[in-house]
Design a protein around this ligand. Structure first.
Ligand code: A2P
Length: 343
């Protein structure tokens, strides 16, 4: 059996990666439609050796579509996802529009694949930073119980889209002017003030909420509880943007219910699906975004026991935010729908 697939936001940083994942993983595509705004309608995209023309998205674009992968921004999803569902498509949405909706499963297949069965047409793909974190947390929760997580992120600009990548490239060419570089994209397009990202670190991703945390931080907090089915899990996050093109890094402090040895924690991580242990400090082996870019895995290293709390551990988690953090996870959701005969 094969499926009619649409990519909404096909010209974006994540949309392009969605196309590549469908090709690379040989997803059973019968027909594929590439959708974007009128700005890029008419552009050409090659898929499995054939050339396709990007079309402007309209509600009718979803006639006959079985699976629609969305990554064109929250407001576009709010407008078009119901139109796609109305026409019989299952929407896998990479924006934050529906993630906390009780009717919408929020899925990382390695953690909560079973939730897919509850879908009513829309399935949400979690935030990129959340996805790689829960992949590392799940084996620890399963084996030792998990009570608390404190995470600080070191996030790449590609998470903010093609324009953010272009801005970093442009600013990076002029080191002498770093402080006064022109900036219009980061920390977030809709903000009142913009700051240069080249040679900088910006402790703001997305807008601030009323409690002093940013939306990105609150996404990590709320989505983690929803995916892991644990409202009592204590989560705190600080999200920071760095001048890295692709690959998010995270420093995690976790508290477990049990008190395993560091070696036991390493084994749990090593055996987890989708996760690769990369932890050999004596040979300077640890994950970094430059080496993780383009790869599927969530890499974990620098695993250490806390020096005071026998249930506390520190980990360093790195993954490609466009791959496992977005496009790969979306395509894995589509594969699970097919594999579990949900679609
Ligand atoms: P376009 O290239 O036509 O602007 P990124 O997150 O990398 O900036 O990508 C955003 C994606 O969402 C792009 O593919 C972009 O298409 C698409 N997009 C933005 N606005 C719309 C819209 N109004 N309708 C459809 N697609 C949109």
């Amino acid at each position: 059996k094969s499926y009619n697939v649409a990519i909404m936001g096909a010209t974006g940083a994540v949309g392009q990666q969605m196309k590549e994942q469908l090709e690379k993983r040989n997803f059973p595509v019968r027909n594929i439609v590439f959708l974007a705004s009128s700005r890029s309608a008419g552009q050409e995209i090659t898929f499995k050796g054939e050339t396709y023309t990007v079309q402007e998205a309209v509600p009718e674009s979803f006639e006959g579509i079985d699976i629609a992968l969305f990554s064109a921004g929250g407001s576009i999803s709010e407008k078009f996802a119901p139109e796609a569902v109305k026409r019989g498509a299952v929407v896998i949405d990479n924006t934050s529009a529906f993630r906390m909706d009780k009717e919408v499963p929020l899925v990382v297949p390695e953690v909560n694949k079973a939730d897919l069965r509850l879908h009513k047409g829309i399935i949400a793909n979690p935030n990129c930073s959340t996805i790689q974190m829960v992949c590392a947390l799940q084996p620890l929760k399963e084996q030792y119980g998990l009570s608390k997580v404190i995470v600080s992120t070191y996030q790449a600009v590609s998470g903010a889209g093609v324009n953010a990548i272009n801005e970093l490239k442009k600013q990076s060419a002029d080191f002498d002017n770093a402080k006064h570089a022109e900036a219009s994209v980061l920390p977030v397009k809709s903000a009142d003030r913009h700051y240069p990202i080249a040679f900088n670190a910006i402790p703001q991703i997305d807008q601030f909420t009323d409690n002093g945390y940013t939306y990105e931080e609150m996404k990590m907090i709320n989505e983690t509880k929803k995916i892991m089915h644990d409202e009592t899990l204590s989560v705190a996050a600080t999200c920071v943007r760095l001048p890295v093109v692709t690959g998010h890094s995270e420093s995690l402090y976790v508290e477990l219910d049990g008190a395993p040895t560091v070696e036991e924690v390493r084994q749990a991580i090593a055996n987890a699906p989708g996760v690769e242990l990369m932890d050999d400090p004596s040979n300077q082996v640890y994950p970094m975004p430059l080496m993780a870019a383009g790869l599927d895995e969530v890499f974990v290293g620098r695993i250490r026991a806390d020096l005071d709390n026998p249930r506390g551990f520190h980990l360093w988690v790195v993954s490609d935010n466009l791959v496992k953090g977005a496009a790969l996870n979306s395509v894995q959701i589509a594969e699970a729908l097919v594999g579990e005969q949900i679609i």
